[in-house]
Design a protein around this ligand. Structure first.
Ligand code: HEC
Ligand code: HEC
Length: 323
């Protein structure tokens, strides 16, 4: 049985009472997404003729929101990675299906396709395809608690819509549903989760002005406060591993700061409830006055991209099969 998280209580568990019904229309891929995929913006996207790549994305999106990927059918990727939080959540850590406490804070998936290594600490997970097994089958901690591929593939293969989508998405493989194609589809969806239209992006293109305090914050960030020594480039992350204080023995991958205004609490263990606390956890930073901290916070808030948080193409898909 397909358990898209649209079922009454599951839907609210995932989306919270603030979201309205699932979007009724078939999602469209924006020109921006199409460019990101290297496809032409006028390509054959749409419900009638899904390109193979678009079918893969629609399939990945459906899998991402499907609680059937968890042992007891109660938890989807989207249970922890919520669009309104830039695909993070609002909690320090998130327990899996057995209620075993989570260990790390749920990171945003905005622009996740641009990261060379995945997760806060691990330097060995280098592709989105490879990462899928961790939440689905992992034991440290148990997240989705799937016993193994056989159960997962049996469930997915039993769905007529999945059969059609796999056939359209993996033509050379004759629509095979296996331990390679399932992660490939999820990764295809994750790679279109691109966020690059924040107020700060608009200001850089001279399409908007940052408010005064945020402008001051940006000057500090890229200048005397030395934040950009680590939080650099498009992601505002150098993708390297650093220690920001002596309390934690391990080096942590510099997180992207895009959409950081909606991803509290912060740090790899969720120990900083506010942006202020996250800034103050950087014990090697140059001394900052309360006013400087306020300006930096104002700047960080301009990194929120409302288009990303509300793009219907990334939301819970309609229950009806897209093909
Ligand atoms: C129980 C909550 C939970 C569920 C369910 C979950 N995740 Fe995550 N996800 C996390 C946490 C926590 C991390 C950080 C893990 C770490 O750093 O060790 C993470 C990390 C990731 C990352 C790495 C992001 C980065 O910036 O490096 C990706 C990608 C990801 N998850 C995708 C998925 C996908 C796909 C699914 C469904 C198959 C999924 N997650 C299900 C909690 C969850
Ligand atoms: C030496 C590299 C380095 C410098 C310099 C640095 N950071 Fe960080 N920043 C990190 C790392 C690494 C983390 C993650 C630490 C953790 O999770 O324990 C982090 C975490 C953060 C977070 C929390 C993000 C999240 O999603 O949890 C914010 C906000 C932040 N930094 C802002 C700043 C600001 C503002 C400055 C300048 C005052 C700054 N950082 C300077 C490396 C750095």
């Amino acid at each position: 049985m397909l358990r898209l998280l649209a079922g009454v209580c599951l839907f609210f568990a995932v989306c919270g009472p603030s979201c309205t019904a699932a979007p009724a229309q078939t999602p469209s891929v924006t020109a921006l997404d199409a460019r990101a995929l290297g496809a032409s913006a006028s390509g054959a996207f749409g419900p009638v003729a899904l390109s193979e790549q678009e079918a893969r994305i629609q399939l990945g999106r459906r899998l991402f929101y499907d609680a059937d990927l968890s042992g007891d059918g109660s938890m989807a990727c989207a249970s922890c990675h919520e669009q309104r939080h830039a695909f993070a959540d609002g909690m320090a850590t998130h327990a899996g299906i057995t209620d075993e406490a989570g260990v790390r804070n749920v990171p945003s998936l905005g622009n996740v396709g641009a990261f060379k290594t995945l997760t806060w600490l691990d330097q060995h997970i280098t592709t989105l395809e490879q990462q899928v097994a961790t939440p689905v089958f992992g034991h440290g901690p148990v997240e989705m608690g799937m016993p193994g591929w056989a159960t997962l593939l049996h469930r997915v293969s039993g769905e007529a819509c999945y059969q059609k989508l796999f056939a359209a998405a993996f033509k050379k493989d004759n629509g095979r549903i296996d331990a390679r194609t399932v992660p490939q589809a999820l990764a295809a969806f994750e790679r279109i989760l691109i966020s690059r239209n924040s107020l700060w992006d608009q200001a850089q293109k001279k399409q908007a002005l940052l408010p005064g305090p945020a402008q001051h914050g940006a000057i500090l960030f890229f200048g005397p406060a030395q934040c950009a020594a680590c939080h650099s480039g498009f992601l505002l992350s150098d993708q390297s591993f650093h220690k920001i204080n002596t309390d934690h023995p391990a080096r942590i991958r510099t997180p992207s700061l895009r959409n950081v205004g909606v991803t509290a609490p912060y740090l790899h263990d969720g120990s900083a409830p506010t942006l202020r606390a996250a800034l103050q956890a950087h014990s090697h930073s140059p001394a900052l006055s309360a006013q400087d901290e306020q300006a930096l916070e104002a700047f960080l808030q301009t990194l929120t991209d409302p288009d990303f948080l509300h793009n219907p193409a990334f939301a819970l898909p309609p229950e009806t099969c897209p093909i």
